[in-house]
Design a protein around this ligand. Structure first.
Ligand SMILES: C[S@@+](CC[C@H](N)C(=O)[O-])C[C@H]1O[C@@H](n2cnc3c(N)ncnc32)[C@H](O)[C@@H]1O
Length: 220
């Protein structure tokens, strides 16, 4: 995809950071909150001292849900604007500004790595996944959440809703959202990609007629 350089992505998210949460509520009719909660609630139970990493953490939604259950949660994002909001909302979480294509952590340091609506925005899926696999312990869990293989009807409705809101707000970031969604691999292709990085697919949960999908993997 054109213009998916780190600089462009940082510029985009710095621009939308102050409205990011509100925009998510609008385009998803608040459902993203329940979906994220459900994804975390349905995770297998981990030891209380598990080390957890939420990549592309944005304003920290997933990191905060994890922090309700576990003490040791780190959120990583390379966008200062998004992290500023995250810090303001979740004072007890350890947020680090870093690129998930080059993570500042030792090999096999985490029991769980999550990435929600993030991989799609990275410049190089292979590099991101190789970093995820590197920092995950053997037997550790990887959870990926993003757009999935939507039912055709649901996809058309979603597309039209986003286009309508984009026109109403005159915001170009929605054009990027639809384009990146369109170009994102199918769940089947993603799972194949994960497996090439030693992340063995276990199960998936689909939401909103497949518009959103979560895949759960284990590092083999
Ligand atoms: C759509 S937001 C998702 C935020 C949050 N995870 C959620 O589910 O609402 C995507 C985030 O990925 C971050 N991001 C994209 N590429 C990144 C990279 N290479 N390294 C770190 N963060 C990245 C962006 O800065 C942005 O905050």
């Amino acid at each position: 995809m054109q213009n998916k350089t780190p600089e462009k992505i940082q510029e985009l998210f710095n621009h939308i950071a102050p409205h990011y949460d509100q925009n998510n509520d609008i385009i998803s009719f608040f459902t993203h909150r329940f979906i994220k909660k459900n994804v975390i609630e349905t995770l297998p139970e981990l030891p209380a001292n598990a080390r957890i990493l939420d990549l592309c953490t944005g304003t920290g939604d997933i990191a905060a849900l994890l922090k309700n259950k576990y003490e040791n949660v780190t959120g990583v994002d390379f966008c200062e604007g998004m992290l500023k909001v995250a810090h303001r909302k979740h004072k007890k979480i350890n947020f680090i500004q870093a690129d998930c294509l080059n993570l500042p952590f030792e090999d096999e340091s985490f029991d769980l790595v999550t990435i929600s609506f993030g991989l799609r925005n990275t410049e190089n899926y292979d590099k991101a996944l190789s970093e995820i696999s590197r920092v995950l312990k053997h037997g550790g869990i990887f959870v990926h959440l993003d757009f999935g293989d939507a039912h055709k009807y649901a996809d058309t409705v979603f597309h039209n809703v986003v286009k309508f809101i984009a026109e109403l707000q005159g915001d170009d970031s929605y054009v990027y959202l639809l384009q990146s969604k369109h170009e994102f691999p199918s769940v089947e292709q993603l799972v194949e990609l994960f497996s090439r990085h030693g992340l063995k697919y276990e199960t998936r949960r689909d939401y909103l007629m497949g518009i959103i999908s979560a895949q759960y993997c284990v590092k083999s």
